[in-house]
Design a protein around this ligand. Structure first.
Ligand SMILES: Nc1ncnc2c1ncn2[C@@H]1O[C@H](COP(=O)(O)OP(=O)(O)OP(=O)(O)O)[C@@H](O)[C@H]1O
Ligand SMILES: [Mg+2]
Length: 334
């Protein structure tokens, strides 16, 4: 991770976040694949700065990393209008620099949900709050032509979500390719609400006022079912990560699903649930046989457990999420 360069430092001054000539300390936060993130301290102020990495820039792709960063800012601003406590506040952004500054949320009182889950602190009430917040954003943005026009990101959503998780999995399972390709196609074609695209415990902080969502680089106007399926998938997979916490992970699955579905008011709840139940087994299998396998699924025994459950659910999609959860619990009880 590079340190903050001159261009970024000059922008922070222009944006009024750092006084010209003031001492500035920038600590890299993580080695993310897509972005650099720093905690910056200057003049008694502390904030976070995120910038899309230039190496992802592909000559052929009109969506430069700069625009991914812009999509993230747009999502954070839009979500902030609906659930202000559930996103970091944007302090400044600049499309040309390809960076934005936001509130820095201290890890002491904002641990990452993934770490909490790992440590056995899987609180269904928190999962329910995640479901309510995501549903509130979907509900507030459903059917908006203006928001839809701002998030015209089909191409990038396809290439970083649908292709690696569903379409690559279709190649590994040719007999299920028609179903998996149809899920990908149908998802891309639906234009219903503003989707975060990466609702994963690693991108959610457990704040004093509830969940805080980060990392909206995959923001897209499309099928809200994707967000719920993506997060539920993580809770299913976590049962392989820390088997002793299985009951709490599955209770969180139930709480997330029902809190979300209870808040669906833009279309029939059963329609959303059926689409989530169709996408979820594809994403589940995708974390074993797609392009981005879960790092904690390391044995063939575990891979085959996911394959057995996912393949049968892809072949015969259930209407209810409880069917998926029960099939997984039954497999894990064997
Ligand atoms: N505003 C913030 N305040 C405090 N910590 C933050 C903030 N933004 C990001 N972080 C920390 O940095 C980590 C990575 O952030 P983020 O997910 O936005 O980056 P990323 O590069 O897109 O990540 P990755 O590609 O690894 O998913 C978060 O998990 C969190 O620990
Ligand atoms: Mg992230």
């Amino acid at each position: 991770m590079e340190t903050i360069d001159r261009e970024l430092a000059a922008w922070l001054v222009r944006a009024g976040l750092v006084e010209d000539g003031a001492a500035m300390v920038a600590e890299p936060l993580t080695g993310g694949v897509a972005s650099d993130i720093w905690r910056v301290e200057a003049g008694g102020r502390r904030f976070a700065v995120k910038r899309a990495l230039a190496k992802l820039r592909v000559a052929r792709d009109w969506r430069a990393p700069v625009s991914r960063n812009g999509n993230e800012v747009e999502w954070l601003l839009e979500a902030g209008r609906v659930v202000p406590d559930a996103v970091p506040r944007i302090l400044a952004h600049d499309a040309a620099v390809g960076a934005f500054a936001m509130d820095y949320l201290q890890p002491e009182d904002h641990p990452v949900w993934k770490a909490e889950l790992r440590a056995g602190r899987a609180d269904p009430a928190f999962a329910a709050a995640v479901g309510r917040a995501i549903a509130a954003i979907h509900s507030a943005t459903a059917g908006s032509d203006a928001i839809r026009a701002r998030f015209d990101t089909d191409e990038i959503f396809h290439s970083i979500r649908l292709e690696p998780y569903l379409e690559a999995t279709a190649e590994a399972h040719p007999d299920l390719a028609p179903q998996l390709m149809a899920i990908s196609r149908d998802t891309l074609a639906r234009k219903i609400a503003l989707v975060h695209g990466d609702v994963s415990p690693k991108n959610i902080l457990v704040g004093p006022k509830g969940p805080v969502f980060l990392d909206a680089e995959c923001a897209w106007y499309g099928d809200p079912a994707f967000d719920l399926a993506f997060c539920l998938n993580q809770l299913l997979l976590k049962c392989l990560w820390v088997p002793a916490n299985r009951a709490a992970y599955l209770a969180s699955f139930d709480a997330l699903a029902s809190a979300y579905l209870d808040a669906v008011d833009w279309e029939p709840r059963a329609d959303v649930e059926a689409r989530v139940a169709r996408i979820l087994p594809g994403l589940f299998l995708g974390r074993v046989d797609g392009k981005s396998p879960a790092e904690y699924i390391t044995t063939d025994e575990d891979r085959n457990r996911v394959r057995r459950v996912a393949r049968s659910l892809i072949a015969t999609p259930p209407a209810a999420l409880a069917t998926i959860r029960d099939a997984w619990e039954e497999e894990l009880s064997k």
